[in-house]
Design a protein around this ligand. Structure first.
Ligand code: THU
Length: 142
């Protein structure tokens, strides 16, 4: 049965993204990000950012969530929620996905994939095509 993206479902995903910040490994930036990715079967894949002393190998929370799911054979997604801010504090403002993460979303998601920016008690909802218009996608190589 298809999952309906009700306000309650989106709010639940937003709460899971805020919670997932606890898994962030961010000793260099002190900026903890959490992501919660909803697949078409209703499973939620969470992730935190994983930093590295060499800086470049750092993985964003969104990609952690995507790579966990894809490496388990899941490739169909409905929505992702993201929350970020100073580690140890509640997020004070919205944290939008970086360009690299948007491109990873593009690889696996449709134009209407929902991107939820979350902070306690508040969320902003966008579609992938809104945050990554005129993009390069697998269709370009077909
Ligand atoms: N970061 C994310 O995890 N997701 C984003 O969308 C933006 C940035 C992380 C990367 C790095 O560990 C820290 O936030 C500061 O850039």
């Amino acid at each position: 049965m298809a999952i309906e993206l009700t306000k309650e479902v989106l709010e639940n995903l937003a709460a899971k993204a805020i919670e997932a910040r606890d898994s962030a490994y961010c000793p260099y930036s002190g900026f903890a990000v959490g992501a919660a990715l909803l697949d078409i079967n209703g499973n939620v894949w969470t992730g935190g950012n994983i930093e590295n002393a060499a800086y470049g190998p750092t993985n964003c929370a969104e990609r952690t969530a995507f790579f966990k799911a894809v490496s388990e054979g899941v490739r169909d997604f409905l929505a992702i929620a993201v929350a970020g801010g100073k580690a140890g504090e509640a997020p004070a403002s919205f944290c939008a996905p970086c360009g690299v993460c948007r491109q990873v979303m593009r690889e696996f998601c449709m134009d209407d994939f929902k991107v939820i920016l979350a902070k306690p008690g508040e969320m902003d909802v966008y579609t992938l095509s809104e945050i990554l218009p005129v993009s390069f996608s697998p269709r370009d190589l077909a």
